[in-house]
Design a protein around this ligand. Structure first.
Ligand SMILES: [Zn+2]
Length: 502
């Protein structure tokens, strides 16, 4: 399926569109519409539920997105957070150099040096894609957004380029509040900003975007252990190591073998397993659409010692794309902040003083939402268009319909709607058109469960529950609907929830 098709669905049904569209918008900024916002919130809430429960000492915080310049001096972003660019001599068009090479030479050039870019442009005589002019002025552009704060005496500040820094500047304060225990986790679900030269692929590369990140501060001496490692030791990770790139092959390797053969520490591998379980066991995405991609030394961010990205196979944007990452950032960040802020970041534990190390689980929320949309879409020829979102994140929790718009069925349906809403569930109510048409409509926006009140309901207070994916139905008691729906959304199978109904 093409990217245009996704954009069309997103616009027509209300998932997302270009921001400030009535004024023409600015590239790289998108607004979530009503369904997109529901999908995004659900994904975030599943994320919170899963990752914050990995340890009693993991918490969410909400730091400011505007931070003083020194934060980014300390983090290295002002110096190293750059993209390579080339400029056309004739029409002044600026292109992101590695992306231009990628489209022209059909290879990945992320992390390539300026010198190598120059060589490749000469060697292959690559020219301006807009006017065929000569490309020169190869250089770098910093992606941080500067911001003026106040009127006179403006403080130098920036919009944060990653939510992680908010966790690092709060580390010491939280460590003291939380009774000085390691590991300690600080999660941030929030916005980040990068002045991309070439925003592209809709929600995949934006200038304002959302991240869900968990920074785990731990004792580096304990990196080769995790109290729950035994529980995942036989669990198989889907790995795409650097050496497999030519063969384009994914290996399934048990966590204990990953530790032994790939020499990755247990603390790191345990969290890889949890990330994979989030995608495959909780969201139940297809296994073959998921892989961990090892980054080569050139591709790795300057601060990461171990770096495997999570990639999902997103057809509409050309295949496997990064949606998350597991990053071992060592003490790079806290050490940097200690140096620039002159605040001691050391902690005392087990009779030693040291700066904790950081394992970061980093997720691009928008990319994940886009991937859900891409993976969910299916055109069942001659039958229907359906969005098969995982039940847990499927926009509305349920639809409620009266079979016909008379005989007291609308009143009964409103009663059911109230019951569900009172139980904290989000309901889509629809009484217009035939029941078949109404089912199609909710299939198109991805609602997983539909309840219908029919004439039987008036006799014995039972209703039908229809499953979007199988289109099968069961009969249940009306008063039991909130409980049954919650079980359904958690993944329980339809036949277990009620009596079969045709
Ligand atoms: Zn040009």
């Amino acid at each position: 399926m093409s990217a245009d098709r996704i954009l069309d669905i997103a616009k027509r049904r209300g998932f997302f569109w270009q921001s400030s569209q009535i004024y023409g918008g600015i590239a790289g900024f998108y607004d979530y519409a009503h369904l997109g916002t529901m999908l995004k919130r659900k994904w975030e809430s599943v994320w919170r539920g899963f990752f914050l429960s990995l340890d009693d000492n993991f918490y969410e915080i909400s730091p400011s997105v505007i931070m003083p310049k020194n934060v980014f001096v300390a983090s290295g972003h002002l110096e190293s957070f750059v993209d390579p660019i080339v400029k056309c001599v004739k029409c002044k068009n600026v292109e992101r150099a590695d992306h231009l090479l990628e489209t022209q030479l059909k290879q990945n050039f992320e992390g390539i040096s300026i010198e190598d870019i120059e060589k490749l442009i000469k060697k292959h005589n690559i020219r301006c894609p807009k006017c065929r002019g000569e490309l020169r002025e190869i250089g770098e552009l910093n992606m941080m957004f500067p911001i003026e704060v106040g009127t006179s005496d403006a403080a130098e500040a920036y919009l944060t380029g990653e939510t992680a820094q908010g966790a690092y500047v709060n580390f010491k304060l939280e460590f003291d509040c939380l009774r000085k225990r390691l590991p300690m986790g600080l999660a941030v679900v929030g916005k980040a900003f990068r002045n991309e030269i070439a925003p592209r692929n809709m929600l995949i590369r934006m200038r304002e975007f959302s991240q869900a990140e968990l920074q785990i501060f731990f004792d580096p001496k304990k990196i080769n252990q995790h109290p729950d490692f035994r529980k995942v030791s036989k669990y198989k990770l889907r790995l795409f190591p650097v050496k497999n790139r030519k063969k384009n092959k994914i290996n399934e390797v048990s966590c204990s073998d990953v530790v032994k053969k790939l020499k990755l520490p247990k603390f790191y591998v345990y969290h890889m397993a949890k990330v994979q379980q989030f995608y495959l066991d909780l969201l139940k995405l297809p296994h073959k659409k998921f892989r961990f991609r090892q980054l080569s030394d050139e591709e790795k961010a300057f601060y990461n010692k171990y770096h495997w990205d999570v990639e999902l196979d997103i057809e509409s944007v050309g295949g496997f794309k990064e949606v998350a990452g597991v990053h071992y950032r060592t003490d790079h960040d806290l050490k940097g902040h200690q140096e620039i802020s002159n605040q001691n970041m050391e902690v005392s534990a087990d009779g030693r003083k040291f700066i904790p190390h950081v394992l970061e689980l980093s997720f691009g929320v928008d990319r994940n939402v886009y991937a859900l949309l891409d993976l969910a879409y299916e055109k069942e020829k001659g039958v229907r268009d359906v969005l098969r979102f995982p039940r847990m994140v499927s926009t509305f929790d349920a639809a409620v319909f009266p079979l016909v718009n008379k005989d007291g069925l609308p009143e009964k349906s409103r009663e059911l709607q109230c019951l569900l809403v009172d139980n904290g569930l989000k309901v889509f109510y629809d009484a217009s058109g035939s029941i078949g048409r109404r089912y199609r409509r909710v299939d198109e926006i991805g609602v997983a469960a539909s309840f219908t009140c029919d004439h039987q309901t008036l006799k014995d207070n039972t209703i039908t529950l229809r499953d979007r994916d199988s289109m099968k139905q069961v009969r249940i008691k009306l008063w039991d609907a909130p409980n049954v729906l919650k079980r359904f959304l958690r993944g329980e199978e339809l036949p277990k929830l009620g009596k079969p109904f045709k």
